[in-house]
Design a protein around this ligand. Structure first.
Ligand SMILES: [Zn+2]
Length: 327
């Protein structure tokens, strides 16, 4: 039988299940966590928890509602269309959602809006959404996803129920990947390198450059820890030539730096999310929260710049010296 592939994550499941069972479903939720952990799968899973005809908070995978959600054809589960550019959701897309929200659902009890990957959504668009989150119609459930809670404005964060997604155990990860039909030895290898992040392991098994990117990210983090500008430049120069790889590494690096901020705030290694948690913890011993934040913003600035087709070498050199200055 076809069913939803949200593995483990029992806290998230039991939180929402108890809302359904007690008939106390909140109108807005945020699912957050690192790329590849299944935030969008979790959003679908929650939709099915709310709309499954069995109504016991466990999606059966068999009823009409569940099947429509599995096939992404449920008329009451609406996916906001991203703009495809940085800045992500256009303000008009958000306004349409806000305007259509009062219209009653077609079939189900709830009308669910899934707005995924909100990380680079502009504050103006977020503010437009705030209106709906502040005064939602009873039948409306808004599910947001983002890698980090800090990507969203505090007024949204304070009004949503935040649910985190986590890595699964290695055993579960291997079993999940086996379901997709990958070879056992390749699976073992990917889980060894990337841990229980099913999405990242899948990217790796599909031949994407994620492992190289992870390795380079680690070297760059180590260079930042050493504070040696030349070493940093050398590691960054490994990237030159390929824009895609550069962007992947810079995004991974952003996650490490975000973990550094969390580690600095007392968050243990177990609760960090990046691909180099140890590095983040070590960095946090050298670097104040304020410095880490500055570096985070500098890197995101250069991601933007490289996205806009700036010269890759120049951008990386400039990035290096800005990081050095902050250190
Ligand atoms: Zn069902």
């Amino acid at each position: 039988m076809e069913n939803f592939s949200l593995y483990e994550n029992e806290i998230l499941k039991s939180t929402v299940r108890s809302m359904v069972v007690k008939n106390r479903v909140v109108n807005s939720m945020l699912i957050y966590g690192e790329k590849g952990l299944g935030k969008k799968t979790a959003a679908d899973y929650i939709s099915a928890m709310l709309l499954c005809e069995k109504g016991n908070g466990v999606p059966c995978g068999e009823c009409k509602s569940c099947r429509m959600i599995l096939h992404k054809t449920h008329p009451d589960v609406i996916y906001a269309a991203p703009s495809g550019k940085s800045g992500n959701y256009k303000i008009d897309t958000i306004r349409e959602i806000v305007e259509s929200a009062p219209v009653m659902p077609n079939e189900g009890r709830y009308k669910i809006y899934i707005i995924a990957d909100m990380d680079s959504t502009l504050v103006s668009a977020q503010n437009a959404l705030l209106k709906l989150i502040e005064e939602p119609p009873d039948h409306c459930v808004i599910i947001l996803t983002a890698q980090s809670r800090s990507s969203l404005i505090p007024t949204i964060i304070s009004r949503v129920v935040s649910l985190s997604v986590h890595e699964v155990s290695k055993v579960t990860c291997e079993a999940a990947l086996a379901n997709y039909g990958y070879k056992a030895e390749n699976i073992k290898n990917s889980v060894e390198i990337l841990g229980g992040n099913i999405g990242r392991c899948k990217s790796y098994l599909e031949g994407e450059d994620i492992v190289d990117a992870v390795t380079i990210t680690k070297s760059i983090t180590d260079a930042v820890i050493s504070g040696d500008e030349y070493l940093m430049l050398k590691e960054f120069s490994e990237l030159t030539g390929t824009k895609q790889m550069t962007l992947t590494v810079l995004k991974l690096l952003c996650e490490v730096i975000r973990d550094t901020v969390s580690a600095n705030a007392g968050c243990g290694e177990k609760n960090l999310i990046s691909t180099y948690k140890k590095g983040a913890v070590r960095l946090s011993e050298y670097m104040s929260k304020a410095k880490a934040r500055k570096i985070y913003f500098v890197i995101t600035k250069y991601i933007e710049r490289i996205n806009l087709n700036g010269n890759l070498n120049l951008a990386l050199n400039a990035l290096c010296s800005e990081i050095k200055e902050i250190l």
